[in-house]
Design a protein around this ligand. Structure first.
Ligand code: UGA
Length: 440
């Protein structure tokens, strides 16, 4: 099939390459000239495993091409995927202006009958708004609108797209469903579950998934506080809970909270959406509050251990919002760094991939290329992102480089017994601290 993809951010680019891998001919468009030019040369604008290889493969075979001209991408399209951003408004609600104007572009440049696919995460009812806008724009023309939310995670986005647990299609006509079954035929033939619903349900299900995953994390973070007060171990509690198939172990890792360009923004948008239709969903606010407290708590622990933050040198290891990505948008690690800076600590950050992005986001942050350099002369080390590299750090070397060996582990990367025998004063999350004798 001839498919156009509008927007080449994380979702748009991964979607383009997935569709090309499924055998379609894809024209991807974006208004960012530099990005399109780099993509045409096979250079991705962000870190994502497997993506560079796939990009080069499909460029070489001609199954994907990039253009800044939406009209050109849309001219022959049978299906047009909208993958543009839905940034948060000041009150947290999703701004769908770009989605709407993209739908109108499709109507302007594509043939009538083209199926418009809402891939961007949007509040329920957005497809209806698109249909009304299209109808207003050109009362005679007919465009099918369907919802097909994405469930891909940064860092495993290619695998998540080519081997999804389910594909969700919301449509209100048999033609809409038929077209999408054809788009995903190779996956459906491999017995990947295709869930077909009405459009409102599909739109809402996407928000529900992200809100529920956020809730699991916040529950774990609330439990961590309880475990610290009760002298229990949140890692073992999560293990027990996770052994119950009804609960599941995933997304129960306590830490400094969730971040990224999906969970915080989608949770707020969902909460605003619920309020706008007359239901004040209190749990959603609690989830967001607990998430803020998680970052705050790591800073408070450092403050107690150091008897005050002001003038102290603090190393922050990990700046991306999770391991495996260079993305720092809504990163809780940067939130920790920001709070430390506001308390007048000297903060030295390190990340295997995200140093440059972190520096752009938080210019006051001093970043270094080597984790041992970050801890040199530090009064405290706060682990903020669970990179595997950090698990393998030489603890004796860390201890000897630090001015005082105090480690606040915001991701529970280390084994408390190992830290105790390394002579480090160790403050994990939701587990008993292991305070070295000399440090008191
Ligand atoms: C998330 C969802 O997992 C995807 O299914 C969804 O498609 C995507 O958002 C989206 O809406 O586009 P992503 O933001 O890439 O994907 O990251 P996750 O792996 O879900 O992690 C989100 C955050 O939760 C990270 O900051 C991570 O460190 C944190 N987290 C995760 C925890 O603090 N504890 C956990 O147990 C799990």
């Amino acid at each position: 099939m001839d498919i156009a993809v509008i927007g080449t951010g994380h979702v748009g680019l991964v979607t383009s390459l997935t569709l090309a891998s499924l055998g379609h001919s894809v024209a991807a468009t974006d208004t960012d000239h530099e990005k399109i030019e780099a993509l045409g040369r096979g250079v991705p604008p962000f870190h994502e495993p497997e993506l560079p290889e796939l990009l080069q493969q499909h460029l070489a075979s001609g199954s994907v091409r990039f253009t800044t001209e939406a009209s050109e991408a849309l001219r022959d399209a049978e299906v047009a995927f909208i993958c543009v951003g839905t940034p948060p408004e000041a009150d947290g609600s999703a701004n769908i202006a770009a989605v709407e104007s993209t739908a109108l572009d499709v109507a302007r440049f594509a043939r009538p009958g083209t199926v418009i696919v809402e891939k961007s995460t949007v509040p329920a009812g957005t497809a209806d708004r698109l249909k009304h806008a299209l109808e207003r724009d050109d009362p005679g023309a007919h465009f099918e609108v369907v919802s097909n939310p994405e469930f891909l995670r940064e860092g495993t986005a290619i695998r998540d797209s080519l081997e999804p647990e389910r594909i969700l299609i919301g449509a209100d006509s048999e033609r809409g469903f038929q077209t999408m079954r054809e788009v995903y035929r190779p996956l459906v033939e491999r017995r990947i579950k295709l869930v077909e619903t009405d459009i409102h349900t599909a739109e809402l299900a996407k928000h529900a998934c992200n809100a529920f995953l956020s809730l699991k994390i916040s529950f774990a973070n609330g439990l961590a506080r309880v475990c610290e007060l009760a002298g229990a171990d949140v890692v073992r509690v999560a293990e027990v809970m996770g052994a119950d198939g009804r609960i599941g172990r995933d997304f129960l890792d306590a830490g400094i909270g969730y971040g990224g360009y999906c969970f915080p923004k989608d949770l707020a948008a969902f909460e605003r959406f619920c309020a706008s239709i007359g239901y004040d969903f209190p749990l959603l606010k609690d989830v967001a509050d607990l998430n803020e407290q998680a970052a705050e708590c790591a800073v408070a622990k450092a403050g107690v251990a150091l008897r005050g933050i002001e003038g102290k040198r603090v190393a922050v290891l990990g700046l991306s919002y999770k391991p495996g990505t260079d993305d720092v948008r809504f990163s809780p690690a940067l939130e920790v760094a920001r709070r430390l800076l506001s308390l007048e600590a000297e903060v030295i950050g390190h990340d295997p991939l995200a140093n440059a992005n972190a520096k752009t986001e938080l210019p006051q942050l001093h970043v270094v290329d080597d984790p041992y350099e970050a801890v040199r002369g530090a009064d405290c080390l706060v682990v903020c992102t669970g990179w595997d590299d950090y698990r393998r750090l030489d603890l004796d070397r860390i201890r000897s480089l630090m001015a005082s060996p105090v480690v606040v582990d915001g991701r529970n990367l280390f084994d408390p017994d190992r830290m105790r025998s390394a002579g480090v004063s160790y403050y994990p999350t939701g587990r008993r601290p292991a305070v070295a004798e000399a440090a008191g």
